[in-house]
Design a protein around this ligand. Structure first.
Ligand code: ADP
Ligand code: MG
Length: 149
């Protein structure tokens, strides 16, 4: 079941960062945040803002070549995945995906739609889309709650 809880429109990367920062402030252990959107829509901008909200002080970059980056400097651990280059879901188990997702921290996954078959039963689905009719920097951020698999 997927239920839309919020639709937010932003006009620059700072606004997207701020939306994500506020969400990060409310994050608690066990939360799973799935970021879905085409290349260049702002998933990593969102991840940086979210990490800021969690209290992460290290600089956050897309872990494209490492699949997962762990940040421990915030109020809870942040597990930042970018699964763009993942071959199949099996590779996710090899990097310890389950230990993270069912761990004490908050998990944030860029390109989560590529591993939809192994996502937990409950998570927050965040779709970021452009709307070029409203300008090159306009983004529509649709937040949904997924539950019950
Ligand atoms: P992704 O991780 O989805 O591939 P990035 O976050 O790396 O995308 O890049 C998004 C790019 O779009 C950045 O260069 C950012 O400055 C730009 N941008 C422009 N407008 C926005 C907006 N409203 N929200 C987020 N990013 C934006
Ligand atoms: Mg990215």
């Amino acid at each position: 079941m997927k239920e839309i809880t919020d639709i937010i429109e932003t006009d620059n990367d700072r606004e997207t960062y701020e939306v994500a920062r506020q969400m990060g402030q409310k994050a608690t252990g066990g939360d799973v945040i799935c970021l879905i959107g085409d290349l260049g829509t702002g998933k990593t901008v969102f991840a940086k803002g979210f990490a800021d909200g969690v209290g992460v002080t290290e600089s956050v970059n897309s872990p494209t070549f490492t699949i997962v980056q762990v940040y421990e400097s915030g109020k809870i651990p942040l597990y930042h995945f970018d699964v763009y280059r993942i071959g199949d879901s099996e590779e996710m188990f090899e990097v310890g995906f389950e230990e993270y997702v069912y761990g004490d921290g908050v998990t944030l996954i860029e390109w989560a739609d590529l591993i939809e078959d192994i996502l937990p039963a409950e998570y927050t689905h965040i779709l970021i889309e452009k709307d070029l009719s409203k300008g090159f920097d306009h983004r529509i951020i649709t937040v949904s709650r997924v539950y019950g698999g």
